[in-house]
Design a protein around this ligand. Structure first.
Ligand code: HEC
Length: 197
């Protein structure tokens, strides 16, 4: 029994000696040649390989369209396409000025503006003349769009934001500014507000 143990100990000693790396001896502390098993090496090299491929793809190998900025471009393009499609469905901003004026003229009658501003925008005892260059609320496209959108209920001007789309309002404002202003209709109401061109 005891000789067996000795034999085993000798065997272990021999194995250790075989593994000693002669040049790696530091103050009597010796290093053994104990390489990691192959599967660990493969795994390690595999992660490096994966990282290299991943980096190239992630940071965008020129023209692979997979970098962050390319992804951003893609979503912006998709969003814009969707927005254009919506606009088109609305019959709005993709129209040119002539088309907007034609649409605005139709809406001016259909939406009841004529009740308070007259058939030709000449004004009546409710609403002001929209054909002269005198404005109570400003004459820019933004200001005219704003007064139609928000109205001025305390003065009797209806807000149209819930009754007309943005593009419809823009078309009507364009019609007023480009077609009604300067049209000199008969029975025009006296000027109100300030001169503005
Ligand atoms: C119920 C009557 C009424 C209706 C309907 C109405 N308006 Fe008016 N609108 C007014 C009154 C009153 C004013 C003057 C408000 C003020 O004193 O600032 C006005 C002001 C305006 C102004 C600003 C004029 C200025 O001198 O600043 C514009 C532009 C205008 N309306 C466009 C429209 C359009 C377009 C429609 C139809 C979509 C419309 N209005 C429908 C009564 C009306």
């Amino acid at each position: 029994m005891s000789t067996e143990i000795t034999n085993n100990e000798n065997q272990t000693q021999r194995e250790l000696l075989e593994k000693e790396i002669a040049s790696h001896d530091y103050d009597g502390i010796k290093e053994l040649n104990n390489p990691a098993p192959n599967w660990i090496w493969l795994l390690f090299l595999g992660t490096i390989g994966f990282a290299l491929i991943y980096l190239v793809i992630y940071f965008g190998y020129p023209g692979n369209k997979m970098s962050q900025s390319d992804e951003y471009e893609k979503s912006v393009t998709a969003y814009n396409a969707q927005k254009d499609a919506l606009k088109q469905a609305d019959g709005g901003s993709t129209m040119n000025e002539t088309e907007m004026i034609a649409m605005g003229e139709k809406l001016f009658k259909e939406k009841g503006c004529i009740a308070c501003h007259g058939v030709n925008g000449e004004g009546n005892n409710i609403g002001p003349n929209l054909t002269d260059k005198f404005w109570i609320n400003g004459c820019s496209q933004e200001q005219v769009v704003h007064i139609i959108t928000e109205g001025k209920p305390e003065k009797g001007m209806t807000p149209f934001k819930s009754m007309m789309s943005q593009d419809q309002i823009a078309s009507t404002a364009t019609y007023i500014r480009k077609s009604l202003v300067g049209s000199n209709p008969t029975n025009a109401k006296a000027a109100q507000g300030e001169a503005c061109e």
